[in-house]
Design a protein around this ligand. Structure first.
Ligand SMILES: Nc1ncnc2c1ncn2[C@@H]1O[C@H](COP(=O)(O)OP(=O)(O)OP(=O)(O)O)[C@@H](O)[C@H]1O
Ligand SMILES: [Mg+2]
Length: 249
């Protein structure tokens, strides 16, 4: 369904992605782990062109493109199939919850206003905020704001939702409500790529785990295997730092 191959990206001659290959099949939940600075965010951003990779290839259903010759139309086609959930929510502070979710449908996807409002309300209800349509982001908790971020993503019915550390800006007591919604989406078979530092959650939800370091994929596989029997020393070291000891064998 979605496959990127040989993705390279540099910032000011610093090579941040060094030939990444990633395949996401329908219904997969791919979790990307790795230390800070390893290129996780950059990879997600390259997938939906928030950042433009220097080279590499992307196949997404009928779309097939090379990053160095990509056209505006191809970028728009990929964007129609993907939604991004940001670490810091990225909501419009001067717009209400309902407006935040409606906006992308109308301007990004050409949905007629009344229909967009109807779809947006359904998405907001789904994340448990049906009593907050007219609130502004500043009137919501971080967890609620991130749930609006997720409502905005699911409203467009993307084929793949890309989550970049969706809970890392949240106070510990608010993390659970956001993870619950992502779990629910997984249960419904939504296809997702999730960068997270929530290891317990990653292990539970992932169908495939990728461990990245310094712009390359060091190791990948099914979560049980990667978490309990990492093959590479680098993976083992990383996991031993972030997992409680009882998880390491
Ligand atoms: N817009 C940018 N301009 C210059 N350098 C950047 C830019 N974005 C990222 N980088 C650099 O690319 C490298 C990878 O960054 P990236 O944000 O992808 O890492 P990450 O794995 O998501 O880290 P974290 O876990 O801290 O979020 C870092 O060295 C970072 O400083
Ligand atoms: Mg990041």
């Amino acid at each position: 369904m979605l496959k990127v191959t040989g993705i390279f990206k540099n910032f000011n001659k610093h090579e941040v992605l060094k030939g990444i290959d990633l395949t996401v099949n329908k219904g997969n939940v791919v979790v990307i782990l790795g230390p800070s600075g390893s290129g996780k965010t950059t990879l997600l951003r390259c997938i939906n062109f928030l950042e433009k990779a220097d080279r590499g290839h992307l196949d997404f259903d009928e779309i097939s493109l090379d990053y160095d010759t990509v056209t505006r139309k191809q970028i728009n086609d990929v964007r129609k199939k993907t939604a991004f959930v940001f670490q810091n929510y990225n909501l419009f502070n001067n717009k209400t919850v309902l407006e935040n979710v409606t906006e992308g449908l109308v301007y990004g996807h050409g949905v007629e206003k009344a229909k967009a409002v109807e779809i947006a309300k359904k998405a907001i209800d789904k994340v448990g905020l049906s009593d907050r349509y007219d609130y502004y982001p500043s009137q919501l908790s971080g967890g609620q704001q991130q749930r609006v971020g997720i409502a905005r993503a699911i409203a467009i019915e993307p084929e793949v939702i890309l989550f970049d550390e969706p809970t890392s800006a949240l106070d510990p007591e608010l993390i659970g409500e956001v993870l619950t919604i992502i779990r629910q989406l997984a249960k419904e078979g939504k296809t997702m790529v999730i960068v997270t530092h929530e290891m317990q959650f990653a292990r539970e939800i992932a169908t495939h785990v990728i461990f990245m370091e310094e712009g390359v994929i060091v190791e990948e596989g099914n979560p049980e295997r990667v978490f309990s029997k990492p093959e590479k020393e680098r993976t083992r070291q990383f996991l031993s730092r972030v997992l409680p000891p009882e998880y390491m064998i």
